[in-house]
Each structure stands twice: as structure tokens, then as C-alpha cells.
Design a binder for this molecule. Structure first.
Ligand code: ANZ
Ligand code: ZN
Length: 849
């Protein structure tokens, strides 16, 4: 009988829903396993095929772990505040809450159709006041501990979203979300002091099981740098402090550079010390138009203006050196001023060459370097020269000695700097959590009492930000006007809202106890479920969400709210699902390729023509899915045509989980055929107890491999092994009941609907549901390919008989033989002179002495 996926999938989804099969409670008798996937933003577009890649992978792991005896928490929810919903609401004149609800309903039904083993009783939504009450509560704790503060500052302003962006949201000078230009503006903003946690965020990574590239990116983002601050004198009398990681090169500093925004520059201009003020001001204006990203690009042409009227004084030798302003020095890093050492820093070298400045060698390597060609930047092999009391020292020792000298002479000190900046926490938008602060003219900023939370969003209809980017809430005077919690006098509410990152910074805690009324989660739940054992998500969230949520969690740990210092024990990341570019020659149907070949003469010429027509894009056969290319795959259609099990299987089979992979509709059919073949085997059960001798090794090997592969997310090779097993069963005339049951068991995490049905068909009662039926075991000894017995002789006498794989190599056979205790004893103290393996029969060892 052909497999009716529609009926079977609907049947089991109903069972899981009605019986709450995957609902979990605290159970101290079982080990717990908390699997987490990044919850989706419920956009109007519905589920993307990329979402199920992550969800299926941890669903497979979760399903296996349940069968291994774990108490598994696998939750799902909605990260539903944010701009796309607000923009849609504005355009269509619908309240964002209504848009959110319908998007969530759509997402939920799509996810349920894929048969994920989520505990739906724990569903959360960041826009639910019962949820964001606790987001606000955490903000108040941060405020009370001095980690939230208001600051007038230069912010990144997205000209498209009309909204402030965090540094992390600006990519290559444009808005990460909408691609519009980002400019600087001065605004008063709520800030979170994530920099206070910089060291903890780096050092905490040590005990965690994060994939390498995630830890590396976190460390680079925080950018801890060990160096020194050095006080230079100036002829104007002021001290100009620089930050350097190479204080060993102080004798080679031939000029200084300050950022165009440096405070001293302003002072000097005001005092009339600078003679070329016009040129300096023109340069300042030009620099203000550039983003930090543009300014720090390595290969760009260096520009700058020397300050006329003031010189720097090098503290080690009292030499006067010129001071420049240049945009390659950022105002936001270190002290916004540098000592330039052109001999040993590439950017300084380029600048010195362009402006004809002296280059003094102070570090020499083992091999001669040519400072006319490039700077010498190797610190590992360098020795100090031309450097007074540092001469002859290694770079490391010279740094130490210089710091001591600086400190003793009051000219500087050692200093650690970070690239990480405090987190801009204000958004001038409606669809976010209101910030629970009020401003009183008498008492300043005051936190709302915790008992008044949640502070809910007022129900308004005009979400457009004001012309100057004020929050839409600012127009609603009734809501804004309030009384001061401190003195009872008139006060106004903060009208900015929190960024979308707020709700996702602690959601994994709420899942542990989603209905808790008097805390973000009960102590008992936090103690039992913390930390998340395994968190999977996208690489794009490594420096934003992952860092923010680790920061909040570490803070909550420090104030005694959560029991572990880190939120996630293990972090993995999936590759993106890409689409085929329909305009790329290699993806065209054969007839069309032929037509083009005829028309243009060669593939190269045809490709060129395509490029002219569709742009540079046509050169890339695999691209991001996009509406404009028409290569977006709708998961509903795949589920409709092939069923959820096929979709799941394909998502896991499509390639290495960590790598990006293109969606290939043709390959889905192959996965579908495989499931049909498994189904058909149930009608071909053969007589026999247990595993037949011809199948035994492969059965054990398959259990072993599938078990290990699931745990290391090598889902594609696990499935390939199952395919091998199915082929072998067909080659052997079908499967015995035991063989088939094992196959069904191993396939269950990937194709849960069909396998539950087969399990029932095999005669298992409902109490024995596959979802919790113990995972099959294997015996290591039986994983070995048909074993043969070989004799081991030492000087002609048999010392041992060993079982080895029939296909063992000579090298392995000899090594195995020598490792046998009896053989080792016979060889003890002797010198081996000959070793021979006679395939399948014996190892012959000859020894002297
Ligand atoms: C002298 C020097 C000599 C430097 C040398 C490097 C090599 P990290 O590792 O990123 O911390 N620097 C300091 N402040 C800067 C700013 N605001 N904008 C641009 N560059 C700045 O880099 C620290 C190094 O970057 C510092 O060490 C300084 O140049 C430069 F052979 O000082 B160095
Ligand atoms: Zn007051």
C-alpha cells in the first residue's frame, strides 16, 4: 500500500497535540536536556526554508535524547517587537499588535505542520505585557546597579528607518536592515554599560563548548588590547596623551596624529594657536561625512593636515615632532591620538611616505628589512636599536622596561583598551517595550516602582516618528504626563522604546517557567533547567544577540537572579540555505542553454550576454533567496507535495550542516523516494529472529554511526548511512522484524510521523510510543567487519590467536599483534628484526637477543 503522508502526518500531529506528548515538567529522576533554537521574528512573509534547518537539527537531537532517557525541554516562541511589523502596520493602517497576532498564527501553523517536538505550553511572545513586564524589570535592575545611564551622544542615525542604530547594526556604513545611509547625530540616549562586562564576556568563553568561529568572533568584537598610555608634551603647554600597543617603539615616533574631533584641537582653534585654521576646519568637515568603517579601511589613500603653530614633544628624548590631523585616527578609540612610528606600522608608513616624514628604524629582525619598501611589523623576532636604554632588548622585554620607565617618570602607564562600545538602548519607535523611566524637573530621572510593571504601550494609531525622529509616543501627551514616583510632582515618561534585542536577551529563561507571576522564572525552574545545554543559531547573531544575552545573563548572575554564570553551555551554527540563480547559465534548462550556445557561439560569450542583461549577479550560480529572483521556496508547498518528513529529511541531507547549501528541488524527490522505500519494506518482512548473520555487522555499525553523527550534527552522513542500510536490506530480500524495528527507530528523529505509524503497524501499543521508546543499543565488538582469526608467532612459536577485521592492513595487524600482552611479554628486552603479515592467517615476528 502506498504511503499516505497527508493522513499519517495529520494523525500523529493530532496525537502529539491532544496528548501533549512533548510537554515537560521538572523531573529530578531524569537528567535534563535543554535544547534551544533562535526563536523567529514572525514576519509577514511566513516561514523561510532556512528556519527549519536549525529547528529540525535540534529536533532530531531532542528526539534522540528523549529516547536516551533525558527530560528534554525544547521550546518555541516569538521575537515579535520590531521595525518590519511596525512599517507594515503603518503602510496598511493596521495596529502592529494585530499584524503580530496574525503573523504568529501563521508561523505557528507552519511549524506545527513540520512536526517539531516543541513543548507548545511554553510558547512565549516578547510583545505580551506579561512577558515584557520582566524585560522592563531587568532594565530597572540594570539601572539600579548603574549599568543603564542616559547620555548625549553621537549616534548612528539610519536615514531610512529614521531611528538610532547600535554600532553592531551598521554594516559598511549602511543600515544592516534597510541598506540606507547611516549618518551621525547628537541625541540623548539610554545606554547599557556592556563594556563593564568586557573581561567577563571574554574570559567566560573558556569553559564553554562554542564552535571555534563563534568564540573567535566574540573575542574580536570585544577587541581587548593590552598597551600603554603615553603623555606627550606640546609646545602649547598641554599634554597630549596617546594610546599605543607598541611603547617599545617610542624612540621611533617621528610625528603624532590626532583625530579631527579631538577635544584639544577645538581648544587650540578657539585660542587661535592654529595658524592654518581654515584648512584644518575644512578637513574636519570632510571627515565628519565619513563613517568609522570608511575611515579605518586599510588600503585607502591617506589624507591629513599638519597643524601649523604647535608641535608635540616626545617624552623619551624631548624631540619636537609635528602633529597632524587625519581621519585614520578615530575619536572613539583609545585617546583619539597616536604617536606615529612609520618604520613599524603600516598605516603610519604610508602616511609618512606621502607626507615625506622621517622613518627611524628602532626594531631590527633576523633578516635585513628594507624600510623604503614597507614597514617592519614582525614583533616576534625583533630586537631594539636606536633606542637608548632599550637597545638590545626583545620587543616583549622592551615594552616592560618602557612601561616601568614611563611610570617612574610620570609619563604614562599600562592600559587595556576594548573595541566594544556601550550599547545604545533607545529607539525612537512605537513597537517596542516602553522604557520604565520618568523624568521629573526636581528629581531627575526616576525608575518606575517595580510593582507598577508592566508599563504597557498606549493603544495609538499614528506610528510615524516625528520629523526630527522623536518617538511617536511623544505626541501622546496623556500617556507622557505622569507623576514623579519620588516626589509626587508632575513628571513625564520616557518616550523612547527598547531595541528589538531586548526581548531576546533573556527569553531562554522565561521558557523555563513561562507562566510565572512573581519572577522572571521560579528559582526551582532556573535551578533545574539552567544552563541551556545546546543552543543553535545563525552566524549573523554571533556579535549581537549572543553577546547581549550573555551580558544580561552575567549581570543577572551577579545580582543572584540566575544560578549559572553563562547562559549557554554549547553553541553551534548552521549554514544558510541559498537559492539557485535562475539567470546563471549553468542553471538554465538544457534547451535554453543550447539556444544560447547557438546564438553566441560559446558558453563564455553566452555568459557574457547574460551578465549584460542581468548584471554581475548572473555570474553567481548560487545566491541568497530573494523575491526579485523568484527563487524563494515556500515550505508549505514542499510539505503539501511531499510531506513534512520528506522536507525534514531533505533539510538535514542537503549538505554539511555548518556550510551554506543551495536548495535543489530535484534532490527532494530522492529523499521522498527513500522514505517510500522504507515504507515498502514493512510489507517485505522476512522470517528470522534478531539480526541475520549477513546483516549483523551493518546493523551495529549503523546504530553506532547514526548515534554519533546526530550528536555532532553530521545529519547528512547519518542519513546516508540509513540509505546504505536500506539498500542492504533490499539486497538481502527484505528485513526481519528486529532489523526493521531498528531501522524505524534510527529514522524516527528525522521522519517522526512515518516512523510512529510504522511502529504502530509493527504491533506496538500506544504506551510504547516511539517518541520515548529507548534508543537502540549496539555492541562495539559487532561493529567490526567480518572478523578473522590470525595466529601471532614470535620466532616460530605461536604466542596468541587474535580476532581482527578481515580487511585489516598489514600495519594494523602487526600493531595489534604487538599490543597483545603475551606477544609483548615474548618480545620484552629483545630487538625486533623482522615482521611479516600473511593476509588473513598470521603475523610472524622475529626477534634477537
Ligand atoms: C604606535 C605604534 C607603533 C602602534 C607600531 C602600532 C604599531 P589595537 O591593537 O587595535 O589596540 N591607534 C591607537 N589609537 C588609535 C585610534 N584612535 N585610531 C586609530 N589608530 C589608533 O591597536 C592599537 C594601535 O593602533 C596603537 O599602537 C596605535 O598605533 C593605533 F609599530 O602606536 B600604535
Ligand atoms: Zn520628582
Amino acid at each position: 500500500m502506498k504511503y499516505d503522508y497527508k493522513a499519517v502526518e495529520a494523525k500523529w500531529q493530532k496525537v502529539w497535540e491532544d496528548e501533549k506528548t512533548f510537554h515537560v515538567e521538572i523531573d529530578h529522576k531524569k537528567p535534563k536536556f535543554y535544547a534551544l533554537v533562535e526563536f523567529p521574528y514572525p514576519s509577514g512573509a511566513g516561514l523561510h526554508v532556512g528556519h527549519p534547518r536549525s529547528y529540525t537539527a535540534l529536533d532530531v537531537v531532542s528526539r534522540k535524547r528523549r529516547k536516551n532517557g533525558y527530560n528534554v525541554l525544547y521550546p518555541m516562541g516569538w521575537d515579535a517587537f520590531g521595525l518590519p511589523t511596525e512599517n507594515f502596520a503603518m503602510k496598511n493602517h493596521i495596529h502592529p499588535a494585530i499584524v503580530t497576532k496574525s503573523n504568529v498564527d501563521h508561523f505557528r501553523s507552519q511549524l506545527k505542520a513540520l512536526g517539531f517536538s516543541f513543548d507548545w505550553d511554553r510558547e512565549i511572545n516578547t510583545t505580551d505585557p506579561e512577558y515584557y513586564k520582566w524585560t522592563q524589570w531587568i532594565f530597572l535592575q540594570l539601572y539600579k546597579h548603574g549599568l543603564a545611564y542616559k547620555k548625549e551622544m553621537n549616534v548612528n542615525w539610519c536615514t531610512g528607518c529614521k531611528c538610532v542604530l547600535a554600532n553592531e547594526e551598521v554594516v559598511n556604513g549602511v543600515c544592516e536592515r534597510c541598506g540606507s545611509e547611516v549618518v551621525h547625530r547628537v541625541k540623548s540616549q539610554w545606554m547599557l554599560k556592556i563594556t563593564a562586562y568586557a573581561d567577563k564576556l571574554i574570559d567566560g568563553l573558556d569553559g564553554l563548548d562554542y564552535i571555534e568561529r563563534v568564540s573567535t568572533q566574540q573575542k574580536n568584537w570585544i577587541g581587548r588590547s593590552h598597551g600603554a598610555e603615553v603623555n606627550f608634551g606640546t609646545t602649547a603647554g598641554d599634554t597630549l596623551t596617546v594610546y599605543t600597543t607598541r611603547c617599545d617603539t617610542l624612540f621611533g615616533a617621528t610625528y603624532m596624529v590626532i583625530s579631527p574631533e579631538h577635544a584639544l584641537l577645538k581648544e587650540w582653534l578657539e585660542k587661535g594657536i592654529i595658524k592654518n585654521a581654515d584648512a584644518v576646519k575644512a578637513y574636519q568637515a570632510e571627515a565628519a561625512r565619513k563613517s568609522d568603517f570608511e575611515r579605518s579601511e586599510l588600503n585607502k589613500e591617506k589624507t591629513g593636515v599638519q597643524l601649523d603653530g604647535v608641535m608635540g614633544i616626545n617624552p623619551v628624548n624631548e624631540t619636537e615632532i609635528p602633529i597632524f590631523i587625519s581621519d585614520y585616527v578615530l575619536s572613539t578609540y583609545g585617546t583619539g591620538a597616536i604617536m606615529a612610528v612609520p618604520a613599524h606600522d603600516t598605516r603610519d608608513w604610508e602616511f609618512a611616505k606621502k607626507f615625506g616624514l622621517p622613518i627611524i628604524e628602532v626594531v631590527k629582525g633576523n633578516t635585513p628589512s628594507n624600510l623604503d619598501e614597507a614597514a617592519f611589523t614582525d614583533v616576534a623576532t625583533g630586537t631594539l636599536v636606536n633606542s637608548g636604554f632599550l637597545n638590545g632588548l626583545s620587543v616583549v622585554d622592551a615594552k616592560k622596561k618602557m612601561i616601568t620607565w614611563l611610570e617612574e617618570n610620570g609619563k604614562g602607564r599600562d592600559k587595556v583598551n576594548y573595541k566594544l562600545r556601550d550599547w545604545v538602548f533607545s529607539r525612537q519607535r512605537y513597537w517596542g517595550e516602553p522604557i520604565p523611566m520618568v523624568h521629573c524637573d526636581k528629581c531627575g530621572w526616576q525608575p518606575l516602582p517595580e510593582s507598577s510593571l508592566p508599563l504597557t504601550l498606549p493603544d495609538i494609531t499614528d506610528f510615524e516618528p516625528g520629523p526630527d525622529g522623536e518617538s511617536p509616543l511623544a505626541r501622546h501627551k496623556d500617556w507622557v504626563k505622569t507623576t514623579c514616583p519620588c516626589c509626587g510632582g508632575p513628571a513625564t515618561r520616557e518616550t523612547d522604546t527598547m531595541p528589538q534585542w531586548a526581548g531576546s536577551s533573556w527569553y531562554f529563561l522565561r521558557y523555563m517557567d513561562p507562566h510565572c507571576k512573581d519572577a522572571l522564572a521560579s528559582k526551582e525552574a532556573l535551578e533545574y533547567w539552567s544552563p541551556v545545554d545546546w543552543y543553535n543559531g545563525g552566524m549573523e547573531h554571533t556579535t549581537l544577540h549572543l553577546l547581549y544575552s550573555r551580558f544580561w545573563h552575567k549581570f543577572l548572575y551577579d545580582i543572584g537572579v540566575v544560578p549559572t554564570a553563562e547562559p549557554y553551555q554549547k553553541r553551534t551554527a548552521h549554514g544558510m540555505i541559498l537559492g539557485l540563480n535562475p539567470h546563471s547559465f549553468v542553471n538554465l534548462p538544457a534547451e535554453e542553454q543550447e539556444k544560447l550556445l547557438k546564438e553566441y557561439g560559446s558558453q563564455k560569450a553566452a555568459e557574457k550576454a547574460l551578465e549584460e542583461k542581468y548584471g554581475e549577479m548572473a555570474r553567481h550560480p548560487i545566491v541568497k533567496m530573494s523575491k526579485s529572483l523568484g527563487n524563494v521556496i515556500n515550505p508549505d508547498e514542499v510539505v503539501d507535495q511531499y510531506g513534512a518528513d520528506t522536507m525534514r529529511l531533505y533539510e538535514m541531507f542537503m549538505g554539511d550542516f555548518e556550510q551554506a547549501a543551495p536548495w535543489q528541488t530535484s534532490a527532494i524527490a530522492g529523499c521522498n523516494r527513500f522514505l517510500d522505500r522504507v515504507w515498502a519494506l514493512s510489507d517485505k518482512l522476512v522470517e528470522g529472529e534478531g539480526y541475520r548473520p549477513a546483516m549483523e555487522t551493518l546493523m551495529h555499525q549503523t546504530i553506532k554511526k547514526v548515534s554519533a553523527d546526530i550528536e555532532s550534527l553530521k545529519m547528512n552522513t547519518a542519513i546516508a548511512q540509513l540509505m546504505t542500510l536500506v539498500n542492504a536490506l533490499y539486497d538481502n530480500g527484505g528485513a526481519t522484524k528486529a532489523e526493521f524495528e531498528t531501522l524505524v527507530q534510527l529514522l524516527n528523529p528525522f521522519a517522526p510521523h512515518m516512523t510512529e505509524e510504522l511502529w504502530e503497524k509493527l504491533g506496538h501499543s500506544h504506551d510504547e510510543q516511539l517518541a520515548y521508546y529507548p534508543w537502540p543499543a549496539y555492541e562495539e565488538a559487532k561493529c567490526v567487519e567480518a572478523a578473522v582469526e590470525i595466529a601471532v608467532q614470535v620466532n616460530g612459536k605461536v604466542k596468541a590467536r587474535l580476532k581482527v577485521p578481515a580487511d585489516i592492513t598489514a600495519e594494523d595487524a602487526i600493531a595489534t599483534a604487538k599490543a597483545d600482552p603475551a606477544v609483548a611479554a615474548a618480545l620484552e628486552g629483545k630487538q625486533l628484526v623482522k615482521e611479516i603479515y600473511v593476509k588473513g592467517r598470521l603475523v610472524n615476528l622475529a626477534a634477537k637477543g
